[in-house]
Design a protein around this ligand. Structure first.
Ligand SMILES: [Zn+2]
Length: 417
């Protein structure tokens, strides 16, 4: 087969890599910033504004993009409102936010409060206060459009014309995979002053990406390229990196070793079981794009041949080898995710998919065979790598000239205010 390569352009803006900063992540991240380690974008939880204040000061000092999440999904869902301090936010409602309660003036007031929060921590971007869309005629769609306009106008009024707005598109896969639903969304979003669309699609992510889901997600993203702004996959995890290689996404957003898929079940209704939390630290096996509980990872790496296959040789995160990978598992993950995204960014768009298959996916699925024999918990990893290899390998052959999301580089894409 002869593939027609498009003229190679010089590589311009980098792909986006955002990290969602958890409650206890601020200290090690601040240390990484002070040490000059590469971190490209951080998502800020306003419920932790006080505890994370020093991190935002340092990020601002280092020119790292920080994005305020208004946590609007939490404030409008029965399970969400119970999560991590949402109820204490300055803009939290008495009960739950509803489309009626945020219509008109009340929505403008909310946006003014969000802008105060942006100013107070010197954040450089903000997520629009959007909500879960159950259908194409969901009343939130129009209210969220008004809120997005109000947020732009409030930012501009505060002299923050350069602060971009990213629009979280929050819905279930059933909608996202439906071309008619996407037509309605594109019609609505095309009129909004937004600089990127962040996809919070339930359920989807590394652990929820069977062959059909992956194929449909890829198709849906390519369809949404009509809209124009970059697409960022929220909580997509390792599969998000593959989706960037195939042009679907211009950026990914990841939890720090904790969340690699979107599952909104505990937001949309009050969960039966609360708390638990914690659990064992998870080590990122970068050669497999997968996490493994620390004790299992330790046992795996003590097996013959496994250290040479999976230990981290990168002295910027793991100067003392496996010992550091275990102890400094968060630094290791952040460094390796950054490295994965930067490596892709440095390759011209038309070559990214092939490069991803050859340099990551093929060796990863080969390595997963032995690793899963030694550690049965890796069997699902082996299966999904094989599945991605099949789905993405086929896409490379059947869609050689697909569209690309613009890179999510943290700047205003809108022309006029
Ligand atoms: Zn490492």
């Amino acid at each position: 087969m002869v593939r027609t390569l498009r003229t190679l352009r010089p590589v311009s803006d980098p792909l986006g890599s955002y990290l969602r900063v958890g409650r206890l992540d601020h200290t090690f991240l601040a240390q990484m910033l002070v040490d000059g380690k590469a971190v490209s974008g951080l998502v800020a939880d306003p419920a932790q504004a006080e505890q994370h204040r020093e991190l935002w000061v340092e990020a601002h000092h280092q020119g790292v993009e920080t994005v305020l999440d208004p946590r609007s999904l939490e404030l409008s869902t029965p399970g969400g409102i119970l999560r991590g301090g949402a109820v204490d936010l300055a803009w939290a409602p008495e009960g739950l936010h509803t489309p009626d309660s945020l219509y008109g003036r009340a929505g403008e007031d909310l946006c003014d409060q969000l802008v105060d929060a942006v100013v107070s921590a010197s954040h450089t971007a903000v997520l629009a206060p959007t909500h879960y869309l159950a259908s194409a005629t969901d009343p939130w769609l129009d209210v969220d459009a008004d809120l997005t306009h109000a947020l732009r106008s409030s930012l501009n009024g505060a002299g923050l014309r350069e602060v971009p707005i990213y629009y979280p598109l929050i819905t279930k896969t059933e909608n996202f995979y439906d071309p008619h639903w996407r037509d309605a969304i594109i019609a609505s979003l095309s009129r909004l002053p937004i600089d990127a669309v962040w996809l919070r699609i339930h359920p989807f992510g590394t652990a929820r990406s069977g062959p059909l889901a992956l194929k449909r997600y890829l198709e849906a993203c390519r369809d949404l390229h009509r809209l124009g702004p970059p697409l960022v996959g929220e909580h997509t995890g390792a599969v998000g990196v593959g989706l960037m290689a195939f042009g679907a996404l211009g950026g990914v957003e990841s939890g720090i070793t904790v969340i690699d898929h979107t599952d909104l079940a505990d937001w949309l209704r009050v969960p039966k079981k609360r708390g638990g939390g914690g659990g064992e630290a998870r080590v990122y096996l970068h050669n497999l794009g997968a996490f493994l509980d620390r004790s299992k990872a330790d046992a795996l790496l003590s097996r013959p041949g496994m250290k040479s296959a999976h230990a981290c040789l990168d002295t910027s995160c793991c100067p003392r080898g496996w010992k550091d990978t275990q102890m400094r598992y968060r630094e290791h993950f952040v460094t390796q995710r950054e490295r994965e995204v930067r490596a892709l960014s440095s390759i011209p768009e038309p070559l990214r998919a092939g490069h991803y298959l050859e340099s990551f996916l093929r060796p990863a699925s080969d390595k997963a065979v032995r690793a899963s024999e030694a550690e049965p918990a890796l069997m699902p990893v082996r299966k999904r790598l094989d599945s991605w290899r099949g789905t993405l390998g086929n896409d490379l052959v059947s869609n050689p000239t697909h569209s690309f999301s613009p890179p999510a580089a943290g700047k205003r894409h809108r022309k006029s205010a």
